[in-house]
Design a protein. Sequence first.
Length: 475
Amino acid sequence: MLDKSLITSSTSFFALLASPLTGVLADALGRRTVIFIADVLFIAGALVQAFSSTVGGMIVGRSVVGAAVGSASFVVPMYVSELAPSAIRGRMVVVLCLFLTGGQVVAYIVGWLFSTHPQGWRWMVGLGALPAAIQFGVLFFMPETPRYLVKAGKKEQARRVLRRVFGIGEGLESLVNGVLRKVEREILDEEVMAEGRAGPAAAKNGWSSKLSLINDTLTQLITVGGNRRALVIACMLQGFQQLCGFVRCLTPFHSTTLTDSKNSLMYFSATIFRLVGFRSPTLTSLSIALTNFAFTLVAYYSIDRIGRRRILLWSVPIMIIGLALCSVAFGFVDLTGEEGASSVAVRDKTWPRVILVAMVTYVAGYAIGLGNVPWQQSELFPLSVRSLGSALSTAMNWGCNTIIGLTFLPMMEFLTPAGTFALYAIICAVCWGTVWKIYPETAGLGLEDVGGLLREGWSVKESVRGFNSRRRGIS
């Protein structure tokens, strides 16, 4: 049991450690370079697991994959956000989640196909190297983000990238120049604000200069009001994404790594599905994965049209309904053992069916909102602190992921299943209230405009009015 716990927990633990570190690397080396590094780690980790014959080897392989997951889970959404035009930025980030949820479906099918083969598990984990290898090759044809290039003093390269994104033409050229001017103005404003703190470090060379720069970035992130509010919102969303009870390994840029992916409702899913006629645990997981994928498509269609804030305010109550139904239904179903489960199956299948409906309802609500919106986090931060801010909020995600993983089984024992899912419903209600209070609407805003939104306060009402005006302008 200890061996299994170490193997499964090493991934999330190393993801938690890697996120802040690679946040620094993304500023020093570029977003694209960090994705390259993550690809190499994914390939190495998958192959180590596939050829391992010891528990120690599996832990090493899972730890390497965890470092890759921690790196990729923040830098890829940031890479997409800095490349995508503002009108479709939300959908482009949701595409990452679409590949994740679609990859889960593929992973369950592959797992089912190999489950009856001797040593089939080696193929399952080894095939996780394939999508990373494909992406590694594709990245050679992908550009660095224009925001990073301007920050690195490579304006003409940034102009060429923006031309590839927007196209070439008289009106489009003015759009490219407008984006460049906004980025340059933001960098200049940030330099002026940080001049007193960063001035002495600028004259140093070597590691002392780099450490001073990191310290200055962290100082700006925490002490500057707008940056601090952005960090609070991003960490809030990432924390609630996991504390709501949905625990999964998140690899948004190539989701077909064959890792465990489940929400806490899946703990009893095999028994529940067996009560209503399903015999295969794989089909149990596959049905949830299909629900997740289908409703992520809803998020793709909606996130730029109705906005990030509104999609959360509408979808979180769906999650609460699903969790509340589960809590009530678990009070009427005895799942303490196979004997008790069999007696329930004979007497009444109503409550197990209610749990099935509740599970699908909960996953659907999660896929529409909390499964996607927190990964829009990069748009909240100004360029000077975007990488580190995104990395720290992603670390919050993995920290809360670890907390849920450690506390779920004890909670099921001491609070009972009904009490556990009632607690998750309460957490979702707190999430809804927090979103309503402090999360402004950022859909349709340029990356350089969001920082101004948070500079003087949360600006919730102003942001909603601005979004409604932009919608009327589009229509």
